[in-house]
Design a protein around this ligand. Structure first.
Ligand code: PLP
Length: 353
C-alpha cells in the first residue's frame, strides 16, 4: 500500500498463481504444467535463435508464427492473433471486445483471472451458476448482456461443452462478442475454431502452455473473424508492439511442426488421466469426468484444505481454491505415472488406507 498508487491500483485484486517453490523432489500437480518435455524441435529452434540477432527487435506481427498457426488450423493469417501467453491475449480481448455497455457473463466457477481483468478494465460482470453436475448450461446465458466468456473445457472443473453447444451460444448472442478460452481443449474436447466462419462474433483463445508443454516460453493466440483480430491488434499496438521475443516466435513455430511429439504427449496424458481418475475414485474421491489435464475432485469425508496441506507435507502440491462452491474440491494436475503414485502414497497415509 502506498499513497503514490493510483486509485485504480488501490482497487485491484490480482490473480494469485499456483505456487512455484524451488524444493527438490517436489511433485508439482498444482499449475497444470505438462509432465512431458516440450518438442525437441522447439528447443533446437530456440537454441538456434539464441545468437547475435537478439540485438534486433523481433517481428512485431510474428508473421511466420501466425502463418504457421493459420496453416495448422485452416484459417487465414488475418484470422490469427498471437500474444505473450494466452493471459495476455485474454487481457487484450477484455479491453478490445468484452468491455461493452452491458455486463460480461461468465460461469460462477471458472478461471479466476476473468474477474481480475474486469476490475483492471472497469468491466461490469455477472456470474452464471454452473448446474449441479458442474456443467455450463447454455440456456442460462439467455439474458441481456454485453459479452460472454466461457472456458471450454471449463477450469477448474475440467467439464466440456460440445461444439454444437458453443455454436448455439454464439448464435444466441449474434450482437455480442463471445470468447471461448480453449486452454485445455487439446486434452479431449471439441474446438470451436471450425465455427468462426459462420460466427463473426466468436473468438477462440489458445495457449502453448498446457498441451504443448511450453508454459515457460509464454505464447498464446486467438482465432476469429479478421475484424475481431484487428480489434485485438489495435489494443496490442497501444500497449506493447513486441510481445513475443525472437526465441518465443521460433520455438512456437517449431512446436507447431512437431505433430508426432504433440500427439504422443496427448496420448500419454490421456492414459495418466485415467490412472489418476481411477485411483482417486478408489481412494473415495468424487469427480466429474475431465476433458482436461487435471481432475477436480472432492472427498466426502475430508476437508479439502486439510487434504491439500497434508499432501503438501508429503511433498505433493495440488491446487485448492478458498472460494465459494469449490472450497471442498482439489484441482489435481495429471502428472506422469510416478508422480500420480507419489500422490496415492501420500493419500494412503492420510486416509489410513
Ligand atoms: C493456463 C490458463 C490460461 C493461460 O495460460 P498462459 O500460460 O497465459 O497461456 C488461460 N486460461 C485458462 C483457463 C488457463 O487455465
Amino acid at each position: 500500500m502506498s499513497r503514490f498508487w493510483s486509485p485504480l491500483t488501490h482497487g485491484l485484486k490480482p490473480y494469485v498463481p499456483g505456487e512455484q517453490p524451488r524444493l527438490p523432489d517436489l511433485v508439482k500437480l498444482n499449475t497444470n504444467e505438462s509432465p512431458m518435455g516440450p518438442s525437441p524441435r522447439a528447443l533446437e529452434a530456440i537454441r538456434a535463435e539464441t545468437n547475435e540477432s537478439l540485438r534486433l527487435y523481433p517481428d512485431p506481427q510474428s508473421t511466420v508464427l501466425r502463418q504457421a498457426l493459420a496453416a495448422y488450423h485452416g484459417v487465414a493469417v488475418e484470422q490469427v492473433f498471437v500474444g505473450n501467453g494466452s493471459d495476455e491475449v485474454l487481457a487484450h480481448a477484455f479491453a478490445a471486445l468484452l468491455n461493452q455497455d452491458g455486463p460480461l457473463l461468465f460461469p460462477d466457477v471458472t478461471y479466476s483471472f476473468y474477474p481480475v481483468y474486469c476490475r483492471l478494465f472497469g468491466i461490469a460482470f455477472e456470474t452464471v451458476p454452473l448446474d449441479e453436475g458442474l456443467r455450463v448450461r447454455i440456456a442460462d446465458y439467455r439474458r441481456p448482456c454485453g459479452a460472454v466468456i466461457v472456458a471450454n473445457p471449463n477450469a477448474p472443473t475440467g467439464v466440456a461443452l460440445g461444439r454444437a453447444e458453443i455454436a448455439a451460444l454464439a448464435a444466441e448472442h449474434v450482437e455480442t462478442p463471445v470468447v471461448i478460452d480453449e486452454a485445455y481443449v487439446d486434452f479431449g474436447a471439441e474446438t470451436a475454431i471450425p465455427l468462426i466462419g459462420d460466427h463473426p462474433n466468436l473468438l477462440v483463445v489458445r495457449t502453448f502452455s498446457k498441451s504443448r508443454a511450453l508454459a515457460g516460453l509464454r505464447v498464446g493466440y486467438a482465432i476469429g473473424d479478421a475484424a475481431l483480430i484487428e480489434g485485438l491488434t489495435r489494443v496490442k499496438d497501444s500497449f506493447n508492439s513486441y510481445p513475443l521475443g525472437r526465441t518465443a516466435q521460433a520455438g512456437a513455430v517449431a512446436s507447431i511442426t512437431d505433430e508426432a511429439h504433440f500427439q504422443a504427449g496427448l496420448a500419454a496424458i490421456a492414459g495418466w488421466r485415467a490412472r489418476l481418475s481411477d485411483g482417486l475414485a478408489a481412494h473415495g474421491f468424487e469427480a466429474p469426468r475431465s476433458s482436461a489435464n487435471f481432475v477436480f475432485a472432492r472427498h466426502p469425508g475430508h476437508d479439502a484444505a486439510g487434504l491439500a496441506a497434508a499432501v503438501r507435507e508429503r511433498g505433493v502440491l495440488v491446487r485448492h481454491f478458498a472460494a465459494p462452491r469449490v472450497d471442498q474440491h482439489l484441482r489435481i494436475t495429471v502428472g506422469d505415472a510416478a508422480q500420480i503414485d507419489r500422490l496415492f502414497a501420500a493419500l494412503d497415509e492420510i486416509l489410513g488406507a
